[in-house]
Design a protein around this ligand. Structure first.
Ligand code: PLP
Length: 465
């Protein structure tokens, strides 16, 4: 199984090579050369099996022979043993046809753990075999940093440095990063916003001499291993509701389009998904693109669901590539134009193909707060603001056939966003044990200005030490 770039100018790579590289060298994103298929019988056989076992089967189809299947099964076993719920991703019924898939039972209480717990183990295994040690640099608006620190801390073959915007993430989010006392973890509080952090990281990658000197690597959501790992819970949820003998619809809270695209991947592998509702907050670039055909960057605004405050959804390039008939030349042209001018006119054929599976819905701040309250009143469940966006979108759009079950992905634990939940319901969400004891652990981080050279200096020293 080889991986090719959406821009067509990178040599094919194995799964392990694509995972370690993250981004393809031509600036495109890696996708499998052909889609692996699971038969009706193979999907049906997932019913009632442990999550880690289904994960090893699904991800194994993407890894091909680049990872031994026994080793992969062990990695999945270990990765998902770190979750506090034995089902890993339990499905809860909220209404006769409405369900919620809880993806927040990992160590940092957001769905990012599902992919990063596995990704860190894939890195460790592959780097040990190659005798390499990488320096991972990660800019975070909140959840990815904590999940990455938790996944990579204490690992021999990688060190990790996270950059977060000073004062712009919640206390819980910060403490997930800064209380790790492992020697291979460093946290930088940047006097600036998330865009400053991301610009610093981008500049590090663009300085190829620096990147080579510290063996730089990234773990953001363009990494195909994260996508493969996230496609697994679409299978477990759908099979629990009667797939493949019946279709299932999903509503996915969306920022970078990684999680929603993972549903597309499951669909391409043979899972009968009726529809995926792309649920955005006020940063509605994807909802607008699906309704108007114009993928146009807007001004990013701060909302109560900060992990989705994104106006350029990296993984959209993968969908564009597929729906334009895998035309790498056209995809490269379109996304170069987007980088320069912030607009892509989606060709009619591609738009029709996108609309065959995806429907967009944008949910504003008032509706998000109302969704938290209504869910609490109608079901007794307390949900976080990202999940609330998904539930509101699912309620507005619904499945195409009213008999099709609709599963909303619940992407964070409410205790990660206590202020928003308290404002909407008057209730303080109960913090799980691992959050409660974070408050008493000492924090460790350095503060720097929004300055590329200061950050590079720090990374150089850290990589040497
Ligand atoms: C990252 C994140 C999202 C958005 O996921 P994408 O893959 O970027 O679309 C939604 N909710 C939460 C809580 C997140 O951390």
């Amino acid at each position: 199984m080889n991986y090719i770039s959406t821009r067509g100018e990178a040599p094919p790579a194995s799964f392990v090579e694509a995972v370690i590289a993250g981004l393809a060298p031509d600036g495109g994103l890696y996708v499998p050369q052909e889609w692996p298929k699971l038969s009706h019988a193979e999907i049906a056989a997932f019913a009632g099996r442990p999550y880690a076992e289904v994960a090893a089967k699904v991800i194994g189809r993407f890894a091909g022979d680049s990872i031994d299947s026994v080793v992969l099964a062990e990695m999945c076993e270990e990765a998902y043993a770190s979750f506090s719920h034995t089902a890993v991703a339990p499905l809860k019924q909220l209404s006769p046809g409405g369900f919620m898939l809880e993806l927040f039972h990992g160590p940092t209480l957001a769905f990012k753990d599902v992919a990063l717990q596995l990704l860190a183990r894939l890195y460790d295994h592959s780097l040990a075999r190659r005798n390499r040690r990488l320096t991972i640099v990660c800019a975070t608006s909140g959840d990815t940093g904590g999940a990455a620190v938790e996944a990579f801390r204490g690992r021999r073959n990688a060190r990790i440095i996270v950059l977060f915007p000073e004062g712009r993430i919640s206390d819980v989010q910060r403490r997930f990063m800064t209380t790790a006392d492992d020697g291979n973890v460093a946290c930088l509080s940047v006097k600036g916003d998330f865009d400053d952090c991301q610009a610093i990281v981008k500049a590090m990658f663009q300085d190829t001499q620096f990147a080579r000197a510290v063996d730089l690597s990234g773990v953001n959501s363009i990494n195909f291993a994260r996508i493969a790992a996230q496609s697994v819970y679409y299978f477990t949820a759908a099979v629990a509701l009667g797939a493949p003998h019946r279709k299932v619809a999903f509503a996915t809270p969306t920022g970078n389009f990684g999680d929603a695209y993972s549903g597309y991947v499951a669909h391409r592998m043979g899972l009968p998904i009726e529809r995926i509702v792309v649920a955005t907050n006020a940063n509605d670039i994807l909802a607008r693109a699906l309704s108007s055909g114009l993928y146009a960057r807007g001004e990013a605004v701060a909302t109560s669901s900060p992990a989705m405050d994104i106006q350029a959804a990296s993984n959209f390039e993968r969908l564009y590539f597929e729906t334009s008939g895998r035309d790498a030349l056209e995809t490269g042209r379109a996304f170069a134009a987007f980088a320069a001018r912030g607009v892509i006119d989606i060709p009619p054929k591609a738009l029709t193909a996108m609309r065959g599976l995806f429907v967009g819905a944008a949910v504003g701040e008032a509706d998000t707060a109302r969704s938290i309250l209504v869910t609490r009143n109608q079901t007794g469940e307390i949900v976080d603001p990202h999940t609330a966006v998904g539930l509101a979108a699912a309620a507005r759009v619904g499945p195409a056939d009213p008999r099709t079950p609709m599963v909303t992905l619940s992407t964070a634990h409410p205790a990660k966003f206590p202020e928003t939940v308290r404002e909407a319901t008057g209730i303080e969400p109960e913090a799980p044990l691992n959050v409660a004891h974070l408050a008493t652990r000492p924090e460790r981080f350095e503060t720097i200005g929004a300055d590329v050279d200061a950050a590079k200096d720090y990374v150089r020293r850290f990589a040497r030490g």
